[in-house]
Ligand binder design. Sequence first.
Ligand code: HEM
Length: 413
Amino acid sequence: MTMVTPHFSVLSEDFAADPYRYFAPLREQAPVHYEPAIDSYFLSRYHDVKRVLTDHRAFSTETLQVRAEPVMRGPVLAQMTGAEHTAKRKIVVRSFTGQALHDQMRAIHANAAELIAPFLPRGRVDLVNDFGRPLAVHVTLDVLGLDKQDWRQVAAWHSGVAEFITSITLTAERRRHCLDCAEQLEAYLVPLIEQRRHRPGDDLISKLCTAEFDGITMDNREVTALVINVLAAATEPADKTLALLFKHLIDHPEQMAQVRQDPNLLTAAIAETLRYTPPVQLIPRQVEQDAVFADITIPAVATVFCMIGAANRDPDAFTTPDTFDIHRPDLGTTRSFTAAAQHLAFGTGLHQCVGASFARAEIETVAAILLPLLDQVRHTPGCHYQETGLYTRGPASLSLDFSPTRETVPGHE
Ligand code: HEM
Protein backbone atom coordinates (compact mmCIF):
# COMPACT_ATOMS: atom_id res chain seq x y z
CA MET A 1 0.00 0.00 0.00
CA THR A 2 1.04 3.62 -0.59
CA MET A 3 2.51 5.10 2.59
CA VAL A 4 1.86 8.53 4.00
CA THR A 5 5.41 9.56 4.88
CA PRO A 6 6.22 12.52 7.16
CA HIS A 7 6.95 14.48 3.97
CA PHE A 8 3.62 13.67 2.39
CA SER A 9 1.68 16.72 1.25
CA VAL A 10 -1.75 17.15 -0.32
CA LEU A 11 -0.15 20.07 -2.14
CA SER A 12 2.34 17.79 -3.92
CA GLU A 13 2.25 16.98 -7.63
CA ASP A 14 1.97 13.28 -6.77
CA PHE A 15 -1.23 13.84 -4.85
CA ALA A 16 -2.65 16.13 -7.55
CA ALA A 17 -1.97 13.48 -10.21
CA ASP A 18 -4.05 10.84 -8.40
CA PRO A 19 -5.48 11.70 -4.97
CA TYR A 20 -7.52 8.47 -4.89
CA ARG A 21 -4.31 6.47 -4.42
CA TYR A 22 -3.75 8.26 -1.10
CA PHE A 23 -7.21 8.13 0.41
CA ALA A 24 -6.93 4.72 2.11
CA PRO A 25 -3.44 5.47 3.54
CA LEU A 26 -4.66 8.84 4.78
CA ARG A 27 -7.72 7.35 6.49
CA GLU A 28 -5.63 4.59 8.06
CA GLN A 29 -2.32 6.28 8.83
CA ALA A 30 -3.06 10.01 9.02
CA PRO A 31 -6.79 10.62 9.52
CA VAL A 32 -5.92 14.11 10.80
CA HIS A 33 -3.36 15.35 8.32
CA TYR A 34 -1.74 18.73 9.03
CA GLU A 35 -0.49 20.84 6.15
CA PRO A 36 1.99 23.39 7.55
CA ALA A 37 2.32 25.48 4.37
CA ILE A 38 -1.32 26.53 4.63
CA ASP A 39 -1.76 25.90 8.37
CA SER A 40 -4.79 23.65 7.79
CA TYR A 41 -5.97 20.18 8.77
CA PHE A 42 -7.36 17.57 6.39
CA LEU A 43 -9.89 14.97 7.59
CA SER A 44 -10.43 11.85 5.50
CA ARG A 45 -12.63 9.48 7.54
CA TYR A 46 -16.35 9.37 6.73
CA HIS A 47 -17.53 9.75 10.33
CA ASP A 48 -15.14 12.61 11.08
CA VAL A 49 -16.24 14.48 7.94
CA LYS A 50 -19.89 13.91 8.78
CA ARG A 51 -19.32 15.20 12.30
CA VAL A 52 -17.73 18.43 11.03
CA LEU A 53 -20.50 19.08 8.51
CA THR A 54 -23.35 18.45 10.95
CA ASP A 55 -22.02 20.09 14.13
CA HIS A 56 -22.61 23.68 13.06
CA ARG A 57 -21.73 25.18 16.40
CA ALA A 58 -18.29 23.60 16.65
CA PHE A 59 -17.43 23.97 12.94
CA SER A 60 -18.49 27.18 11.22
CA THR A 61 -18.42 28.53 7.68
CA GLU A 62 -16.36 31.57 8.78
CA THR A 63 -13.62 30.38 6.41
CA LEU A 64 -15.69 31.64 3.49
CA GLN A 65 -15.31 35.24 4.56
CA VAL A 66 -11.76 35.03 3.30
CA ARG A 67 -12.21 32.29 0.70
CA ALA A 68 -15.35 33.52 -1.08
CA GLU A 69 -16.67 36.90 0.00
CA PRO A 70 -14.09 39.00 -1.91
CA VAL A 71 -15.16 37.52 -5.26
CA MET A 72 -18.85 37.19 -4.44
CA ARG A 73 -18.86 40.93 -3.76
CA GLY A 74 -20.86 40.28 -0.58
CA PRO A 75 -21.69 37.56 1.93
CA VAL A 76 -22.58 34.21 0.33
CA LEU A 77 -25.31 31.81 1.35
CA ALA A 78 -22.92 29.21 2.69
CA GLN A 79 -21.42 31.61 5.21
CA MET A 80 -24.73 32.82 6.62
CA THR A 81 -26.37 31.33 9.68
CA GLY A 82 -29.68 31.51 11.55
CA ALA A 83 -32.80 33.25 10.27
CA GLU A 84 -30.98 35.11 7.48
CA HIS A 85 -29.61 31.84 6.07
CA THR A 86 -32.98 30.06 6.34
CA ALA A 87 -34.88 32.86 4.57
CA LYS A 88 -32.43 33.44 1.74
CA ARG A 89 -31.81 29.75 1.24
CA LYS A 90 -35.59 29.23 0.86
CA ILE A 91 -35.75 31.79 -1.94
CA VAL A 92 -32.97 30.01 -3.83
CA VAL A 93 -34.37 26.53 -3.13
CA ARG A 94 -37.77 27.55 -4.50
CA SER A 95 -36.16 28.49 -7.80
CA PHE A 96 -34.52 25.10 -8.17
CA THR A 97 -37.31 22.73 -7.13
CA GLY A 98 -40.98 21.95 -7.88
CA GLN A 99 -42.64 23.79 -10.74
CA ALA A 100 -39.59 26.00 -11.37
CA LEU A 101 -37.46 22.89 -11.88
CA HIS A 102 -40.08 21.31 -14.13
CA ASP A 103 -40.21 24.48 -16.28
CA GLN A 104 -36.43 24.51 -16.61
CA MET A 105 -36.26 20.96 -18.00
CA ARG A 106 -37.64 22.05 -21.38
CA ALA A 107 -34.93 24.69 -21.63
CA ILE A 108 -32.30 22.13 -20.64
CA HIS A 109 -33.55 19.77 -23.35
CA ALA A 110 -33.34 22.54 -25.97
CA ASN A 111 -29.88 23.65 -24.82
CA ALA A 112 -28.53 20.09 -24.92
CA ALA A 113 -30.02 19.40 -28.36
CA GLU A 114 -28.55 22.57 -29.82
CA LEU A 115 -25.08 22.03 -28.37
CA ILE A 116 -24.69 18.37 -29.38
CA ALA A 117 -26.12 18.75 -32.92
CA PRO A 118 -22.91 19.86 -34.73
CA PHE A 119 -20.95 16.90 -33.33
CA LEU A 120 -23.37 14.12 -34.29
CA PRO A 121 -22.38 13.80 -37.98
CA ARG A 122 -18.68 13.97 -37.00
CA GLY A 123 -18.82 11.06 -34.55
CA ARG A 124 -16.51 12.77 -32.08
CA VAL A 125 -17.07 15.17 -29.17
CA ASP A 126 -15.09 16.41 -26.21
CA LEU A 127 -17.79 15.96 -23.61
CA VAL A 128 -16.20 18.49 -21.27
CA ASN A 129 -15.10 21.38 -23.48
CA ASP A 130 -17.43 21.05 -26.48
CA PHE A 131 -20.56 20.18 -24.57
CA GLY A 132 -20.72 19.86 -20.77
CA ARG A 133 -19.15 23.17 -19.79
CA PRO A 134 -21.10 25.39 -22.21
CA LEU A 135 -24.27 23.45 -21.36
CA ALA A 136 -23.89 23.96 -17.61
CA VAL A 137 -23.30 27.70 -18.13
CA HIS A 138 -26.27 28.00 -20.54
CA VAL A 139 -28.56 26.20 -18.10
CA THR A 140 -27.52 28.42 -15.20
CA LEU A 141 -27.94 31.57 -17.31
CA ASP A 142 -31.47 30.41 -18.19
CA VAL A 143 -32.32 29.94 -14.53
CA LEU A 144 -30.95 33.36 -13.70
CA GLY A 145 -32.64 34.90 -16.74
CA LEU A 146 -29.39 36.21 -18.24
CA ASP A 147 -28.73 36.59 -21.97
CA LYS A 148 -27.03 33.50 -23.37
CA GLN A 149 -25.35 35.60 -26.05
CA ASP A 150 -23.02 36.79 -23.29
CA TRP A 151 -22.17 33.28 -22.12
CA ARG A 152 -18.50 33.23 -23.16
CA GLN A 153 -17.83 36.47 -21.34
CA VAL A 154 -19.80 35.38 -18.27
CA ALA A 155 -18.02 32.01 -18.31
CA ALA A 156 -14.61 33.74 -18.41
CA TRP A 157 -15.45 35.97 -15.43
CA HIS A 158 -16.98 33.03 -13.64
CA SER A 159 -13.84 30.94 -14.04
CA GLY A 160 -11.84 33.71 -12.33
CA VAL A 161 -14.31 33.70 -9.45
CA ALA A 162 -14.19 29.90 -9.21
CA GLU A 163 -10.39 29.91 -9.29
CA PHE A 164 -10.33 32.26 -6.30
CA ILE A 165 -12.66 30.09 -4.21
CA THR A 166 -11.19 26.75 -5.13
CA SER A 167 -7.47 27.52 -5.07
CA ILE A 168 -5.54 26.33 -2.06
CA THR A 169 -2.75 28.75 -2.85
CA LEU A 170 -2.89 31.72 -5.22
CA THR A 171 -0.10 34.01 -6.49
CA ALA A 172 -0.60 37.77 -6.11
CA GLU A 173 -0.98 38.04 -9.89
CA ARG A 174 -3.69 35.35 -10.12
CA ARG A 175 -5.41 36.87 -7.11
CA ARG A 176 -5.56 40.23 -8.89
CA HIS A 177 -6.92 38.57 -12.04
CA CYS A 178 -9.66 36.78 -10.04
CA LEU A 179 -10.68 39.97 -8.27
CA ASP A 180 -10.80 41.80 -11.64
CA CYS A 181 -13.12 39.10 -12.99
CA ALA A 182 -15.37 39.48 -9.95
CA GLU A 183 -15.49 43.27 -10.33
CA GLN A 184 -16.39 43.03 -14.01
CA LEU A 185 -19.04 40.41 -13.34
CA GLU A 186 -20.54 42.69 -10.70
CA ALA A 187 -20.48 45.65 -13.11
CA TYR A 188 -22.30 43.48 -15.67
CA LEU A 189 -24.89 42.22 -13.19
CA VAL A 190 -25.88 45.39 -11.35
CA PRO A 191 -27.70 47.13 -14.28
CA LEU A 192 -29.52 43.85 -15.03
CA ILE A 193 -30.57 43.54 -11.39
CA GLU A 194 -31.91 47.11 -11.50
CA GLN A 195 -33.91 46.26 -14.65
CA ARG A 196 -35.49 43.26 -12.93
CA ARG A 197 -36.38 45.36 -9.94
CA HIS A 198 -38.48 47.57 -12.21
CA ARG A 199 -39.76 44.83 -14.52
CA PRO A 200 -39.66 41.48 -12.71
CA GLY A 201 -40.00 38.21 -14.67
CA ASP A 202 -40.04 34.53 -13.65
CA ASP A 203 -36.28 34.22 -13.28
CA LEU A 204 -34.18 33.83 -10.16
CA ILE A 205 -32.81 37.39 -10.25
CA SER A 206 -36.36 38.80 -10.26
CA LYS A 207 -37.27 36.51 -7.37
CA LEU A 208 -34.25 37.60 -5.38
CA CYS A 209 -35.10 41.26 -6.06
CA THR A 210 -38.74 40.98 -5.06
CA ALA A 211 -38.42 38.51 -2.16
CA GLU A 212 -38.79 40.01 1.28
CA PHE A 213 -36.63 39.24 4.24
CA ASP A 214 -37.78 40.67 7.58
CA GLY A 215 -39.90 43.10 5.58
CA ILE A 216 -36.84 44.43 3.75
CA THR A 217 -35.89 43.51 0.20
CA MET A 218 -32.31 42.62 -0.58
CA ASP A 219 -30.09 45.37 -1.90
CA ASN A 220 -28.06 45.11 -5.12
CA ARG A 221 -25.00 43.93 -3.28
CA GLU A 222 -26.85 41.05 -1.65
CA VAL A 223 -28.56 40.02 -4.87
CA THR A 224 -25.23 40.22 -6.72
CA ALA A 225 -23.58 37.97 -4.13
CA LEU A 226 -26.36 35.40 -4.36
CA VAL A 227 -26.32 35.45 -8.16
CA ILE A 228 -22.55 34.92 -8.27
CA ASN A 229 -22.98 32.27 -5.56
CA VAL A 230 -25.42 30.33 -7.73
CA LEU A 231 -23.36 30.86 -10.88
CA ALA A 232 -20.26 29.52 -9.16
CA ALA A 233 -22.02 26.70 -7.31
CA ALA A 234 -24.25 25.42 -10.11
CA THR A 235 -22.01 25.12 -13.16
CA GLU A 236 -18.71 23.45 -12.36
CA PRO A 237 -19.85 20.39 -10.38
CA ALA A 238 -22.69 19.68 -12.82
CA ASP A 239 -20.50 19.51 -15.93
CA LYS A 240 -17.87 17.46 -14.12
CA THR A 241 -20.48 14.95 -12.93
CA LEU A 242 -21.82 14.46 -16.47
CA ALA A 243 -18.33 13.75 -17.84
CA LEU A 244 -17.48 11.42 -14.96
CA LEU A 245 -20.76 9.54 -15.44
CA PHE A 246 -19.88 8.85 -19.08
CA LYS A 247 -16.32 7.88 -18.23
CA HIS A 248 -17.41 5.37 -15.58
CA LEU A 249 -20.11 3.84 -17.78
CA ILE A 250 -17.70 3.52 -20.73
CA ASP A 251 -15.14 1.90 -18.42
CA HIS A 252 -17.81 -0.54 -17.13
CA PRO A 253 -19.45 -1.75 -20.36
CA GLU A 254 -21.82 -4.20 -18.66
CA GLN A 255 -23.26 -1.37 -16.53
CA MET A 256 -23.42 0.86 -19.62
CA ALA A 257 -25.46 -1.85 -21.39
CA GLN A 258 -27.83 -2.11 -18.42
CA VAL A 259 -28.36 1.67 -18.29
CA ARG A 260 -28.99 1.79 -22.04
CA GLN A 261 -31.57 -0.94 -21.68
CA ASP A 262 -33.25 0.59 -18.64
CA PRO A 263 -32.77 4.38 -18.49
CA ASN A 264 -34.42 4.34 -15.04
CA LEU A 265 -31.03 3.14 -13.82
CA LEU A 266 -29.55 6.54 -14.67
CA THR A 267 -30.47 7.89 -11.22
CA ALA A 268 -28.41 5.16 -9.55
CA ALA A 269 -25.57 5.68 -12.04
CA ILE A 270 -25.45 9.41 -11.25
CA ALA A 271 -25.63 8.78 -7.49
CA GLU A 272 -22.82 6.22 -7.71
CA THR A 273 -20.75 8.63 -9.84
CA LEU A 274 -21.16 11.27 -7.12
CA ARG A 275 -20.11 8.79 -4.42
CA TYR A 276 -17.21 7.32 -6.37
CA THR A 277 -15.77 10.58 -7.77
CA PRO A 278 -17.40 13.59 -6.07
CA PRO A 279 -16.64 16.72 -8.14
CA VAL A 280 -16.44 18.86 -4.98
CA GLN A 281 -13.53 17.20 -3.17
CA LEU A 282 -12.98 19.64 -0.31
CA ILE A 283 -15.33 21.49 2.03
CA PRO A 284 -13.64 23.95 4.43
CA ARG A 285 -14.80 24.81 7.94
CA GLN A 286 -13.40 26.82 10.84
CA VAL A 287 -12.96 25.02 14.17
CA GLU A 288 -14.74 27.15 16.80
CA GLN A 289 -13.50 25.27 19.88
CA ASP A 290 -10.69 22.72 20.32
CA ALA A 291 -11.84 19.46 18.75
CA VAL A 292 -10.38 15.96 19.11
CA PHE A 293 -10.23 13.52 16.18
CA ALA A 294 -8.37 10.19 16.44
CA ASP A 295 -6.62 11.42 19.64
CA ILE A 296 -5.36 14.54 17.91
CA THR A 297 -6.54 17.97 19.03
CA ILE A 298 -7.31 20.52 16.35
CA PRO A 299 -7.08 23.95 17.97
CA ALA A 300 -9.82 26.57 17.86
CA VAL A 301 -9.88 28.87 14.79
CA ALA A 302 -7.90 26.39 12.71
CA THR A 303 -9.18 25.59 9.21
CA VAL A 304 -10.24 22.00 8.53
CA PHE A 305 -10.81 20.62 5.07
CA CYS A 306 -13.30 17.76 4.81
CA MET A 307 -11.99 15.36 2.16
CA ILE A 308 -15.20 14.29 0.47
CA GLY A 309 -13.51 11.92 -2.01
CA ALA A 310 -11.78 10.06 0.82
CA ALA A 311 -14.91 9.96 3.01
CA ASN A 312 -17.00 8.53 0.17
CA ARG A 313 -14.47 5.69 -0.22
CA ASP A 314 -14.38 4.82 3.50
CA PRO A 315 -15.12 1.11 4.09
CA ASP A 316 -16.85 2.17 7.33
CA ALA A 317 -19.56 3.71 5.17
CA PHE A 318 -19.59 1.65 1.95
CA THR A 319 -18.63 -1.95 1.23
CA THR A 320 -15.96 -2.44 -1.46
CA PRO A 321 -15.78 1.36 -1.72
CA ASP A 322 -13.25 1.40 -4.57
CA THR A 323 -15.64 -0.44 -6.89
CA PHE A 324 -18.00 1.49 -9.17
CA ASP A 325 -21.30 -0.36 -8.83
CA ILE A 326 -24.63 1.25 -9.69
CA HIS A 327 -26.40 -1.67 -7.98
CA ARG A 328 -24.61 -1.35 -4.65
CA PRO A 329 -27.14 -2.01 -1.87
CA ASP A 330 -25.68 0.67 0.40
CA LEU A 331 -26.04 3.50 -2.14
CA GLY A 332 -29.62 4.40 -1.19
CA THR A 333 -30.34 5.79 -4.66
CA THR A 334 -33.65 7.47 -3.87
CA ARG A 335 -32.13 9.25 -0.87
CA SER A 336 -28.97 10.24 -2.72
CA PHE A 337 -30.27 13.66 -3.76
CA THR A 338 -31.90 14.52 -0.42
CA ALA A 339 -30.82 15.54 3.07
CA ALA A 340 -30.70 11.81 3.96
CA ALA A 341 -28.05 10.97 1.33
CA GLN A 342 -25.47 8.44 2.47
CA HIS A 343 -22.71 9.81 0.20
CA LEU A 344 -21.34 13.28 1.01
CA ALA A 345 -20.94 14.72 -2.50
CA PHE A 346 -23.53 17.43 -1.75
CA GLY A 347 -22.15 17.98 1.75
CA THR A 348 -24.63 17.39 4.56
CA GLY A 349 -26.36 19.36 7.30
CA LEU A 350 -27.44 22.99 7.23
CA HIS A 351 -25.37 24.00 4.23
CA GLN A 352 -26.05 20.96 2.07
CA CYS A 353 -26.28 21.80 -1.61
CA VAL A 354 -29.56 23.53 -2.51
CA GLY A 355 -29.18 22.39 -6.11
CA ALA A 356 -29.12 18.62 -5.52
CA SER A 357 -32.50 17.79 -7.04
CA PHE A 358 -31.89 20.30 -9.83
CA ALA A 359 -28.52 18.71 -10.59
CA ARG A 360 -30.11 15.26 -10.63
CA ALA A 361 -32.85 16.35 -13.05
CA GLU A 362 -30.36 18.24 -15.23
CA ILE A 363 -27.85 15.40 -15.53
CA GLU A 364 -30.56 12.75 -15.93
CA THR A 365 -32.26 14.72 -18.72
CA VAL A 366 -29.02 15.36 -20.57
CA ALA A 367 -27.70 11.79 -20.22
CA ALA A 368 -31.04 10.41 -21.42
CA ILE A 369 -30.74 12.59 -24.55
CA LEU A 370 -27.10 11.70 -25.21
CA LEU A 371 -27.09 7.94 -24.65
CA PRO A 372 -29.30 6.94 -27.61
CA LEU A 373 -27.47 9.41 -29.90
CA LEU A 374 -23.96 8.29 -28.94
CA ASP A 375 -24.08 4.76 -30.30
CA GLN A 376 -20.94 2.67 -29.64
CA VAL A 377 -19.57 5.49 -27.52
CA ARG A 378 -15.92 4.94 -26.52
CA HIS A 379 -12.76 6.82 -25.58
CA THR A 380 -11.02 8.38 -28.60
CA PRO A 381 -7.98 6.15 -29.21
CA GLY A 382 -4.71 7.68 -28.06
CA CYS A 383 -6.33 10.33 -25.86
CA HIS A 384 -4.73 10.55 -22.46
CA TYR A 385 -7.28 10.81 -19.64
CA GLN A 386 -6.38 13.35 -17.00
CA GLU A 387 -8.25 14.80 -14.05
CA THR A 388 -7.35 18.16 -12.61
CA GLY A 389 -8.17 20.10 -9.47
CA LEU A 390 -7.83 19.53 -5.75
CA TYR A 391 -10.88 21.45 -4.58
CA THR A 392 -13.20 20.70 -7.45
CA ARG A 393 -11.94 17.84 -9.56
CA GLY A 394 -12.89 16.40 -12.92
CA PRO A 395 -11.53 15.47 -16.35
CA ALA A 396 -9.70 18.29 -18.15
CA SER A 397 -11.28 16.90 -21.32
CA LEU A 398 -13.10 13.73 -22.37
CA SER A 399 -12.81 13.02 -26.07
CA LEU A 400 -15.34 10.40 -27.14
CA ASP A 401 -15.90 8.62 -30.45
CA PHE A 402 -19.25 7.19 -31.51
CA SER A 403 -21.06 6.10 -34.67
CA PRO A 404 -21.70 9.27 -36.71
CA THR A 405 -25.38 9.96 -37.18
CA ARG A 406 -27.64 12.34 -39.09
CA GLU A 407 -30.28 11.98 -36.40
CA THR A 408 -31.46 14.94 -34.38
CA VAL A 409 -32.78 15.07 -30.87
CA PRO A 410 -36.48 14.11 -30.83
CA GLY A 411 -38.62 17.19 -30.36
CA HIS A 412 -35.86 19.48 -31.60
CA GLU A 413 -35.35 20.60 -35.18
C1 HEM B 1 -23.68 17.51 -9.17
C2 HEM B 1 -23.76 18.78 -8.96
C3 HEM B 1 -23.45 19.48 -7.65
C4 HEM B 1 -22.62 19.11 -6.61
C5 HEM B 1 -21.77 17.86 -6.48
C6 HEM B 1 -22.70 20.17 -5.60
C7 HEM B 1 -22.00 20.18 -4.40
C8 HEM B 1 -22.20 21.08 -3.38
C9 HEM B 1 -21.58 21.00 -2.07
C10 HEM B 1 -20.59 19.94 -1.64
C11 HEM B 1 -22.06 22.04 -1.32
C12 HEM B 1 -21.85 22.26 0.18
C13 HEM B 1 -20.81 23.25 0.52
C14 HEM B 1 -20.66 23.38 2.04
O1 HEM B 1 -21.16 22.58 2.84
O2 HEM B 1 -20.01 24.33 2.41
C15 HEM B 1 -22.96 22.82 -2.17
C16 HEM B 1 -23.61 23.97 -1.79
C17 HEM B 1 -24.36 24.74 -2.63
N1 HEM B 1 -24.76 24.41 -3.91
FE1 HEM B 1 -24.24 22.73 -4.94
N2 HEM B 1 -23.56 21.14 -6.05
C18 HEM B 1 -24.05 20.76 -7.28
C19 HEM B 1 -24.95 21.45 -8.08
C20 HEM B 1 -25.55 22.63 -7.72
C21 HEM B 1 -26.55 23.31 -8.52
C22 HEM B 1 -27.12 22.82 -9.86
C23 HEM B 1 -26.87 24.45 -7.85
C24 HEM B 1 -27.87 25.45 -8.29
C25 HEM B 1 -28.42 26.28 -7.54
C26 HEM B 1 -26.08 24.48 -6.61
C27 HEM B 1 -26.12 25.50 -5.66
C28 HEM B 1 -25.51 25.45 -4.41
C29 HEM B 1 -25.59 26.53 -3.41
C30 HEM B 1 -26.32 27.86 -3.59
C31 HEM B 1 -24.89 26.08 -2.27
C32 HEM B 1 -24.73 26.81 -0.92
C33 HEM B 1 -25.86 26.32 0.02
C34 HEM B 1 -25.85 26.87 1.44
O3 HEM B 1 -24.81 27.20 1.97
O4 HEM B 1 -26.92 26.95 2.05
N3 HEM B 1 -25.30 23.36 -6.56
N4 HEM B 1 -23.03 22.21 -3.43
